[in-house]
Design a binder for this molecule. Sequence first.
Ligand code: URA
Length: 489
Amino acid sequence: MQEALSLARFRVALDGPADFDGWRRAARRLAAERVPGGEVEWSVGGTADAPSSLLDNAHPSAALSVPREFVTRAETVICHSDPERFAFLYRMLLRIVAEPNLMKIASDPDVRRFEAMEKSVRRDTHKMRAFVRFRRIGAEETERYVAWFEPDHFIVERNAPFFVRRFTGMRWTILTPYASADWDGERLAIGPGASKTDAPPDDGAEDLWRTYFRSIFNPARLKVKAMQAEMPKKYWRNLPEASLISGMIAGAEDAAREMIEKMPTTPAPHHAKVQARHWPAPQPDDRKGDGAEATTLEELREAAKGCRRCPLWREATQTVFGEGPGAARVVFVGEQPGDQEDIAGRPFVGPAGKLFDAVLDEAELDRRLTYVTNAVKHFKFEPRGKRRIHSKPNAGEISACRWWLDKELALIRPELVVALGATAAQSLLGKAVPITRMRGEVIERADGLKIFLTVHPSFLLRIPDARDKAAEHERFLADIRAVKQLMAA
Ligand code: URA
């Protein structure tokens, strides 16, 4: 932020379209001097002349007392695309200094305008979170995800931390006409804007979004107006699933009728316990079969897509099947896919997967030579706000999904299976075992299969103390090195 005096007017050049800190510094000093709004010109970028006396700290900005609520809300309002926003906020600031209760006067035209701008930015922020669609480019090491989005307001900087939290384990870039956000797995960088042609075209990942969208679409609840309000047409052209909307709206009545006919009677909550004790007979999606006849991993994977053996398929995006060569000598078994695995359809690609990869690298064990899978193949979670929080699978779900794990192991016939954590061990051994006490041990099952026990990588992610974490990392690394040695034996 630079400020300069020019012909009895103050010109403030801000660093960016949503440079709140720059605006705030300048506005506080100008307001402390009671400089009228009409004498200040605000712009983005550009250069200013020599600093004015307002910059010499002669009037410490602390002299100005402004309600915290205004400051917090102004930080949102400044993201609005209205070119007058800086001047408007400055006018509000001057008024608030004179009338500290201004924000409580709901009928005041400035307050109403402030609220409308704030609401619009919030809505745009929410839309960006809901409608950014990443497209995968590159493969393996170079793999990254790129999305194109056209926000109404200057919200990229404000929204980027959300995407970092949501997609920590992926490398991604979001391009917009005015700015871009790039996450390389460790560092967030905000860069210049781009054009739509900089974003990659359609790819395989789009099919996944369409599948997901179709699976969450409930025609019986369809309210076209509300749907269009939530997903305004403006966003449709960047959404892979948008191609399905008109067809689904058109067929909604039939689809709703069919759906109601097929709908099971929802059991009372306590039935879950009864169900867990007397798990119902397998009920595969008939179109795909139950995998009993599968002679290859590919056939088995295909069958698992229609798995209905336990209720977890209902809320999950898709079955996350194992991955790796059919002749792998070692199979790693985790607990269940997490949030990112559920979206990507691949095991161990999120934060725990990244840690797992790093330790395998350190142990010089090539993941591509191993088969990696989970005891439970659907993501189990609790929705909390917009987040999906991992929830541990219960004994019934573990035992229902063992059908697939047993078949994977029967087809691969590995020399060693590594149970990553308690759920995997329970599935592989048919009973709960104390992992922390037994880690590093190899247990031979009645059928001769050798099971190596160790902790789950997400256990390391949850350790808050850096020294403890480093120590556990070493222990996990030692376990993986032991696995490598057993493979070589
Ligand atoms: N945790 C698991 O157990 N499996 C995954 O695939 C990811 C996280």
